[in-house]
Write a protein that binds this ligand. Structure first.
Ligand code: PMP
Length: 438
């Protein structure tokens, strides 16, 4: 069989794959055969620069040899073990995660991915506080599960879990402010005032948690303006509400910091729970988890935590976490993401914005950026979906894979990206923005 036969087979067989987030008859996928670092190849040997990091998760790049070896060695040793068993590699992975956790965090619950990390963090906050409501922002993404527990027989159902209140509020977003603000300071002040009103209206004693992405990702890479998270922490503390920071996308290097919370408000915001996934092992094995601060762990010292997953703390996931985090540290990968963001990618994207009026705003940090595309820079009118589709296709034609959402192109390469690769991608964006008609 030739390589092009394999490519044709991959595309033919893909017709039987039911894809997430897609109208099944409207897919036009490329078949990727292999990856290395920031690059991917299709079966015909065509090279792509991966500025999507796939699902914004391949922080250490594709096929990192140390992570690959660690998974293979662990598979040969012991591939699966029940969660209640003690297991060395699981313990080491958790210890490694806690080295990067905020102060006062003493335990980690491992899950299969980001959504179930969020579900379990909410459950912990509810059981810890004895309250029900969860406040989260309209511009957020926290996962795509929820029906499974309701469908489960009532012998294992957490009573009324999904009948309980989820309340949404507006977070700060200076470029598209809901508060008519004209500065970041004003946005912080008004967004905090709005949140306080929501808390008081809902009744503080009914609110278990405020759940926020430290830097909202899929909804727009919206770096919170200075003081906002500090203010949320103060409100939460004043009303006995748990603060859950969702670091599934932003955590483990993406922002140029180990956790995004280290890079916001001088790293002074202390959450009660932190969810993570993606970057913790760069997606080599599905995994996520919840970092838990000591007071919440104490709630479950003598009371059963009613949550569990067959694959919680899976040895292959644990081995991949350990190897990935050690490689990130020894190879200076987080520092690279920081330097690239500050010195190369951020300035490069701002230079593109100065040249192409379609770029209404460039925002982000580290290797976590969004280009907010507009038809009219004054009115900030978002470009239509067709324009985003055309940009994505034009980039792919030129060998650049991008992540797009709503009216935005998210510029999210692996944390290991080099100066040359950034230069190559910037040249492609420049060319594409030059030819695309709005
Ligand atoms: N939280 C955030 C902030 C995310 O970005 C995502 C996934 N994009 C999730 C949770 C859900 O993670 P998963 O897809 O692994 O369930």
């Amino acid at each position: 069989m030739t390589e092009s036969d394999l490519g044709a087979e991959a595309l033919a067989l893909d017709k039987q794959v039911f894809h997430s987030w897609s109208a099944q008859a409207h897919l036009n996928p490329i078949a990727i055969a292999r990856g290395q670092g920031s690059r991917l190849w299709d079966h015909a040997g065509r090279e792509y620069l991966d500025f999507s990091s796939q699902m914004v998760n391949v922080n250490i790049g594709h096929s990192h040899p140390k992570v690959v070896a660690a998974i293979a060695e662990q598979a040969a040793e012991l591939a699966t073990i029940a969660p209640p068993t003690a297991n060395l590699v699981r313990g080491r992975a958790v210890a490694e995660i806690l080295r990067h956790a905020p102060e006062g965090f003493t335990k980690v619950f491992l899950t299969n991915g980001g959504a179930d990390a969020v579900e379990n963090a909410i459950r912990m906050a509810r059981l810890h506080t004895g309250r029900d409501k969860v406040l989260s922002t309209y511009r957020s993404y926290h996962g795509n599960t929820g029906a499974a527990v309701v469908a489960t027989g009532d012998w294992r159902r957490i009573p009324n879990e999904y009948a309980r209140g989820h309340v949404h509020f507006f977070g700060p977003f200076p470029y598209r402010s809901e508060f008519w603000s004209d500065s970041a300071e004003q946005e912080t002040e008004r967004a905090l005032h709005h949140l306080e009103r929501v808390i008081l209206s809902e009744g503080p004693n009914s609110i278990a948690a405020i759940l926020l992405e430290t830097v909202p990702g899929t909804a727009g890479v919206i770096v919170p303006p200075p003081g906002y998270l500090t203010g949320v922490r103060e409100l939460a503390t004043r009303h006995g509400i748990m603060l859950i920071l969702d670091e599934v996308m932003a955590g483990f290097g993406r922002t140029g910091h180990w956790l995004a919370l280290d890079g916001v408000d001088g790293g002074t915001v202390a959450p009660d729970l932190v969810t993570f996934a993606k970057g913790v092992n760069s997606g080599y094995v599905p995994v996520g988890g919840v970092m838990i601060s000591e007071p919440i762990t104490k709630t479950f010292d003598d009371t059963v935590f009613p949550g569990g997953l067959t694959y919680s703390g899976h040895p292959l996931a644990a081995a991949s976490i350990l190897a990935a985090l050690q490689a990130m540290e020894s190879e200076g990968i987080v520092a690279n993401a920081n330097r690239i963001g500050t010195d190369v990618l951020g300035p490069g994207l701002r230079a593109l914005a100065a040249k192409h009026p379609i770029i209404g705003e460039v925002r982000g940090m580290g290797v976590f950026w969004a280009l907010d595309l507009v038809t009219d820079p004054e009115a900030r009118t978002p470009v239509p979906p067709a324009t985003i589709g055309a940009i994505k296709a034009a980039c792919a034609d030129r060998g650049l894979l991008v992540f797009a959402a709503e009216n935005r192109i998210h510029v999210v390469p692996p944390c290991i990206v080099t100066d040359d690769e950034v230069a190559q991608a910037l040249a492609i964006y420049d060319e594409v923005f030059g030819v695309i008609s709005v």
